[in-house]
Design a protein around this ligand. Structure first.
Ligand code: SF4
Length: 364
């Protein structure tokens, strides 16, 4: 608990906000990539401690939120098969597909199980040799190594009844897509510390150079985030654009190389659609040819599923940082965590859920 107290220390936070206030001479717009960072910002009111010229906009780093509707529909189609056991992180169960969610499939008798790790799904496959066990593998580079380990273990054990429905995504191509957008407002990024713990930050260095934009690897506690903001603003005020590491207790420049080696063995880089952002080149991970036999899409012959987004939900704009959640007309009225219209309200890491929990519900 020593670290937790240290990184939530109000005196250190106050000192940092003082440094930030003394530093800023003009308006700047920063984006925090990760939904976990967005929740900390809302929970501790960090945005309200900053000078008025500094605006924080919220990025697409919520794994549940960026998983496309058609992929959720594929998971639902698998879960409805009598021979299948569909395993997923708990957050995915309540995310609406185009018609229903996984929880309603479970209520109707489908074998849908919430697991804490993909390795739990491998265990379930061992224990149920007559059933087809599928792990719904979503998320960023943070969760992909555990999914890769599950596929590796299943291959080693010769498990013919285990497969992955993969929707893993990579952060750097999404940052590039945001920077290339004609209406881009991001002038500095707080990169996601846990992603960089796995991948390091060498991939961010060409982005910082090409787009002349500071990128600061940042953690999730209030002092981490204020420290990341301070470093980012200092670079902007000094006209620098580098990658800096404000999360040194967890992140090394080269990242976790054994995890990267496992990812390279099990997955390959592919183009991937993101909810609200469309197809982003080289932004996804799909199973490598060596592991193609573990691809649930082939095993269940799911084909192409097309699923339009609900017209009222503007989560696409929220995920691009182009709309603050409380500016969505449905926020807090027709869309609440109890009756969510979109994934950004369902997920514990979603920006709409963060605004609802810490701004709307707290003042209702
Ligand atoms: S408040 Fe609800 S409807 Fe509006 S963008 Fe967020 S999830 Fe979608």
């Amino acid at each position: 608990m020593k670290h937790l107290a240290e990184y939530r220390n109000p005196a250190t936070a106050k000192q940092l906000t003082g440094h930030i206030a003394a530093l800023v001479t003009r308006p700047w717009t920063l984006m925090e990539i990760c939904g976990g960072q967005t929740h900390s910002i809302m929970k501790y009111g960090l945005d309200r401690l900053l000078p008025e010229q500094v605006e924080l906009i919220h990025g697409p780093g919520c794994p549940v939120c960026v998983t496309p509707l058609e992929c959720i529909d594929k998971a639902i189609a698998i879960a409805q098969r009598p021979e299948a056991i569909l395993c997923s992180f708990g957050d995915m169960l309540r995310v609406p597909g185009s018609g229903r969610d996984l929880l309603s499939v479970k209520a109707a008798g489908g074998d849908v199980r919430a697991v804490y790790s993909p390795l739990d799904a491998v265990k379930i496959a061992r224990e149920n040799p007559q059933r087809q066990v599928v792990f719904f593998a979503v998320g960023f580079e943070t969760t992909a190594p555990a999914a890769a380990m599950a596929a590796f273990q299943a291959k080693q054990a010769g498990l013919a009844n285990f497969s992955l429905l993969v929707s893993h995504v990579r952060v750097p191509p999404a940052m590039e897509a945001l920077l290339d957008a004609p209406d881009n407002r991001v002038q500095g990024f707080l990169a996601a510390g846990h992603v960089c713990t796995v991948m390091g930050y060498t991939e961010y260095e060409p982005l910082a150079r090409r787009y002349k934009i500071p990128i600061v690897v940042t953690g999730f506690e209030p002092v981490d985030i204020l420290g990341g903001i301070h470093r980012c603003l200092k670079q902007l005020e000094e006209g620098r654009h580098e990658v800096e590491n404000e999360y040194r207790r967890s992140v090394r420049r080269e990242g976790n190389q054994p995890a990267q080696a496992l990812l390279a063995q099990v997955f390959r880089v592919i183009d991937r659609p993101w909810r609200g952002l469309g197809v982003i080149p080289a932004s996804g991970l799909g199973l490598s040819p060596e592991y193609a036999g573990f691809d649930a899409e082939n095993r269940f012959e799911l084909g192409t599923v097309s699923a339009p987004e609900p017209a009222e939900c503007r989560s696409g704009l929220v995920l691009q940082g182009a709309l603050k959640p409380d500016r969505c007309p449905a926020f807090g009225t027709r869309c609440t965590p109890e009756h969510p219209l979109g994934a950004t309200m369902v997920s514990s890491e979603g920006a709409c859920a963060a605004y609802y929990r810490y701004r709307h519900a707290a003042h209702a």
